[in-house]
Design a protein around this ligand. Structure first.
Ligand code: XMP
Length: 517
C-alpha cells in the first residue's frame, strides 16, 4: 500500500492511478489525517501531493515532521515537495518567480537514484509560485529550473525524495520513470498489483463477507455492474442472483442486449423486472435533477427488495433470505461523493449517495477501490465480452437525467429515437472506442421555430454531447468529424418529427459536467 496524501489538488487521483499503473496499490487519504493513523495502515511509502496553496499562506496545510522520522519512504510532489523541504530544514522562499505549464528542467543526476541516466534536460509540467532555494539538510539536490533553484532532491538512505514538477501528468517527460524509480528503487515496493491478484483478492474478500448467504446484484447494462456481478459470481456462484431492472429509462435495445450478452458470458441466473410504470409514475412532474436521482435510487432499491423477496418465495435460495446487495461503486465515486475528506459532493451518484436509510441489505462493493480502466481490465480477466467491457458509461438514472425538464413516456420516446441515431452513426464511423461517452440530451421545455417541408415547426432541440475522457473526472468535448455531425443532424431532424434543431455542446469538464443534469 502506498498512501497519497491529498493537499487539495485534483492531482491526488492522478497520482494514485499512476502508482497503480506501476502495479503498486495506492489509496488517497486527506492531509488532515494524523500521521499516527497513516502509519498504522502500514504503508510501504507515502506520497505528498500537490496543492493549490502556498506553504506560507494562512492556514496552509502543514506536514507533521514525524512523518519523515518513521522510516517510511516519502516522496513530495510540488506542494508536497515544498512542504517537505520546509519541514526538514530546507528553505522555501516566496520569490514571486512562478512557473506554470511546460518548463525545462536541468538534471544534475550523477549518482542520483531518482534521476540518474535521464537526459540532462527535459520538459516537465510545473505549477508553483514559491521556490525551494535550499534543499533540506543531508539531501542531494539533483535538478533545477529557471524558476526553481532546487527542483528535485533526494536522501536515499532515509528513503526521502521529491520533485517540484508534476511527474503524474502526461505532459511531464519521463514522469512514469521518475515515479517508478521512487517506488521500486527508493521505497523498495514490488509490482504486485496485477489483474490476477486483484481478482483473487477481491474474490476472497467477497467470500469472507458473504459466506454461505445470498446476494442480489443489480445490473445496469454498464461495465461496472457487469464486472461487479461477474466477480461476485466467481466468489459465491449460485448464491448470487442478478436482477436487471428495466426502469423505462433505457436506450433503444439495451435491455435485450444486456440479457443476451451477460448471461451468455457468465451463466449467471438473471431476472428481468419490468418496472417502467413504477419509475415513470414516481418521476411524474419532477424537474429537479437531484430529486430525480433520489427518486430513481429509491425506486431501484424498492424493486430490488421486492425481487429479493420473490427469489426467496420461489425457493431460489431454498428459503433463506437475501441479505446482500452488490453495487458497482468505483473509487472515483467514493472520492467524488465526499468519501475522501475535502472533496466536495458534486452530484449524488445514486449508487453511493442516494440509498434510503432503511435499506434492507448490506452492501457488497467489490470495485470500491478500483478506477474505471482497472475495472475494464478485470472484466477482460474474467472473460467478459468486449461489447460489455468497452461499452461507454451510461448513468444509472438513464435517460431521466438527459431530459432537461420533467420525464414522461413521450419525451423518452423522442430522446430514445434521437439517441439511437447518434449511436448508430458513431458506430458506423468506427469511432466507438475514441469517444468516452456520447450523451444526447433533450431540452424538453425549450422550443424553437423551424421550417420543415415549407411548414413552420415549433419543436425541441437536442444536444449532442460527445466527450473524450480518461476517467470522467475531467473531460473534453470530442472533435467529431463535421461529416458525421451533419449525418446525425440530418437524420435526427428527418426521422424524429418533434426535433427541429440539433446543437453541439463544446464545453469541457470542468466547467461543465458530462451529463446536463
Ligand atoms: P458528470 O455528469 O458528473 O458524470 O460529469 C460523470 C460520469 O458519471 C456518470 N453519471 C452517473 N452515473 N449515476 C450513475 O450511475 C448517476 O447519478 C450519474 N450521474 C452522472 C456520467 O454518465 C459520467 O460517466
Amino acid at each position: 500500500l502506498v498512501l497519497i496524501v491529498d493537499y487539495g489538488a485534483q492531482y491526488a487521483q492522478l497520482i494514485a492511478r499512476r502508482v497503480r499503473e506501476a502495479h503498486v496499490y495506492s489509496e488517497i487519504v486527506p492531509h488532515t489525517m494524523p500521521v499516527a493513523e497513516m502509519l498504522a495502515r502500514g504503508p510501504k511509502a507515502i506520497i505528498l501531493s500537490g496543492g493549490p496553496q502556498s506553504v506560507y499562506a494562512e492556514g496552509a496545510p502543514q506536514v507533521d515532521a514525524a512523518l519523515f522520522e518513521a522510516g517510511v519512504p516519502a516522496f513530495g510532489i510540488c506542494y508536497g515537495f515544498m512542504a517537505m523541504a520546509q519541514a526538514l530544514g530546507g528553505e522555501v522562499l516566496r520569490t514571486g518567480q512562478s512557473e506554470f505549464g511546460r518548463t525545462v528542467v536541468t538534471v544534475d543526476g550523477a549518482g542520483s537514484t531518482l534521476l540518474g541516466d535521464l537526459p540532462g534536460q527535459f520538459r516537465a509540467w510545473m505549477s508553483h509560485g514559491d521556490e525551494v532555494t535550499k534543499g533540506p539538510i543531508g539531501f542531494a539536490v539533483t535538478a533545477s529550473s529557471e524558476g526553481a533553484r532546487v527542483a528535485a532532491f533526494e536522501d536515499v538512505d532515509r528513503g526521502l525524495a521529491g520533485v517540484q514538477w508534476h511527474p503524474e501528468v502526461l505532459h511531464s517527460e519521463h514522469g512514469k520513470k521518475v515515479l517508478e524509480r521512487f517506488l521500486y528503487d527508493i521505497a523498495g515496493a514490488r509490482p504486485t498489483w496485477t489483474m490476477v491478484n486483484i481478482v483473487e483478492e477481491t474474490v476472497t474478500a467477497v467470500r469472507a463477507q458473504i459466506g454461505d448467504r445470498h446476494a442480489i446484484c443489480g445490473l445496469s447494462g454498464g461495465v461496472d455492474s457487469a464486472v461487479a456481478g461477474a466477480l461476485v459470481q466467481r466468489a459465491i456462484g449460485d448464491q448470487l442472483t442478478c436482477v436487471f431492472v428495466d426502469h423505462g429509462l433505457l436506450r433503444e435495445g439495451e435491455a435485450e442486449q444486456v440479457e443476451r450478452d451477460f448471461v451468455e458470458a457468465t451463466g449467471v441466473s438473471l431476472r428481468v423486472v419490468d418496472a417502467s410504470d413504477q419509475f415513470l409514475g414516481a418521476l411524474a412532474g419532477v424537474e429537479d435533477p437531484e430529486t430525480k436521482r433520489k427518486i430513481i435510487g429509491r425506486e431501484f432499491i424498492r424493486v430490488f427488495e421486492k425481487a429479493a423477496r420473490e427469489i426467496v418465495e420461489d425457493a431460489g435460495t431454498h428459503g433463506e433470505s437475501v441479505d446482500f446487495l452488490v453495487q458497482g461503486t468505483l473509487y472515483p465515486d467514493v472520492v467524488e461523493s465526499g468519501g475522501g475528506e475535502g472533496a466536495a459532493t458534486i452530484k449524488s451518484h445514486h449508487n453511493v449517495g442516494g440509498l434510503p436509510d432503511d435499506l434492507e441489505f448490506s452492501l457488497v462493493e467489490p470495485l470500491r477501490a478500483l478506477f474505471k480502466d482497472e475495472v475494464r481490465q478485470v472484466g477482460e480477466q474474467l472473460g467478459l465480452p468486449a461489447d460489455i467491457v468497452w461499452r461507454q458509461p451510461f448513468p444509472g438514472p438513464g435517460l431521466a437525467i438527459r431530459i432537461v425538464g420533467a420525464v414522461d413516456s413521450d419525451r423518452l420516446r423522442i430522446l430514445r429515437a434521437a439517441d439511437a441515431i447518434a449511436r448508430e452513426e458513431l458506430t458506423a464511423a468506427g469511432l466507438d472506442l475514441d469517444i468516452w461517452q456520447f450523451p444526447v440530451v433533450l431540452l424538453a421545455d425549450v422550443r424553437s421555430v423551424g421550417v420543415q417541408g415549407d411548414m413552420r415547426t415549433y419543436g425541441h432541440p437536442v444536444v449532442l454531447r460527445p466527450v473524450t475522457s480518461e476517467d470522467a473526472m475531467t473531460a473534453d468535448w470530442a472533435r467529431l468529424p463535421y461529416d458525421l455531425l451533419e449525418k446525425i443532424s440530418t437524420r435526427i431532424t428527418n426521422e424524429v418529427r418533434e426535433v427541429n434543431r440539433v446543437v453541439l455542446d463544446v464545453t469541457s469538464k470542468p466547467p461543465g459536467t458530462i451529463e446536463w443534469e
